[in-house]
Design a protein around this ligand. Structure first.
Ligand SMILES: C[S@@+](CC[C@H](N)C(=O)[O-])C[C@H]1O[C@@H](n2cnc3c(N)ncnc32)[C@H](O)[C@@H]1O
Length: 226
């Protein structure tokens, strides 16, 4: 991963690839994220309260490796994934070609604030490990509000600030959130907090072979009723 002479990873490069995988390292970073982010996906899916016929939007699905797991939990979903990395969108389409052919899954190359919809069409919107990169969270949350159906849920999963601040790559362009920061952000943007789940994870970072202790923070919120 673009090691320096002393064999430490180039953390600025790693951070840029995590933010938007691109170029010759995109495939590798996508695969590494699948290793490091297995448990946070499992914990998040447990919170989605999936039942048949839900319309789901995922923001920043990476290479889409975990989408099949959603359909294993409930085969009667309709899923849209968006990502502004064209390499990740292409990988997602390839990995999930069966679901795409059956029109159960669609993958779009677009940024979070450029979604080509304006109607409230989603029952669930979720995003894992992207909040750190939102350049204007108030704008993004108002776009999400617009797309959520009245009883819809937004689920945001991150590694909280007290964990992430020990990882050198987060010095480069990551905005870190504590549980309180993230809840406050949602509440000030018109969401009621429905649940907050904190879970310990253990495993490889996927970036180096070091075994790390991570923690998942998963917040589910609903729109204020009008
Ligand atoms: C750190 S990766 C996480 C991937 C996956 N969700 C996971 O947890 O393994 C962040 C992903 O979100 C995408 N992303 C980040 N900011 C985005 C934005 N503003 N709009 C669309 N996609 C974004 C990146 O391209 C990347 O694929």
């Amino acid at each position: 991963m673009n090691d320096n002479k002393d064999n430490t990873p180039d953390w600025q490069f790693v951070a840029a690839q995590l933010r938007q995988p691109n170029g010759e390292f995109a495939t590798e970073i996508g695969q590494r994220m699948n290793v490091s982010n297995l448990q946070i996906h499992q914990f998040t899916f447990d919170e989605l309260q999936l039942h048949p016929d839900l319309e789901i939007l995922e923001i920043g699905m990476g290479n889409g490796h975990f989408v099949k797991e959603l359909f294993n939990l409930n085969p009667d979903l309709t899923y849209t994934g968006i990502d502004y990395s064209k390499e990740m969108v292409e990988a997602s389409k390839t990995i999930n070609s069966d679901l795409c052919e059956q029109n159960k899954a669609t993958f779009l190359h677009c940024a979070i604030d450029e979604l080509p919809f304006s109607e409230p069409i989603y029952d669930r919107i979720f995003t894992i490990n992207t909040l750190y990169f939102w350049s204007d969270p108030d704008v993004t949350l108002s776009n999400i509000q617009r797309l959520l159906k009245p009883n819809g849920y937004l689920t945001i999963a991150i590694r909280p600030k007290h964990i992430m601040e020990h990882h050198p790559f987060t010095a480069f362009g990551f905005t870190l959130y504590s549980r309180e920061d993230a809840c406050r952000l949602l509440e000030k943007n018109g969401f009621n907090i429905v649940s907050v789940t904190e879970k310990k994870e253990t495993g490889s970072s996927g970036i180096t072979d070091e075994v790390l202790t991570f923690e998942s923070l998963i917040i589910t919120a609903e729109k204020h009723s009008i």
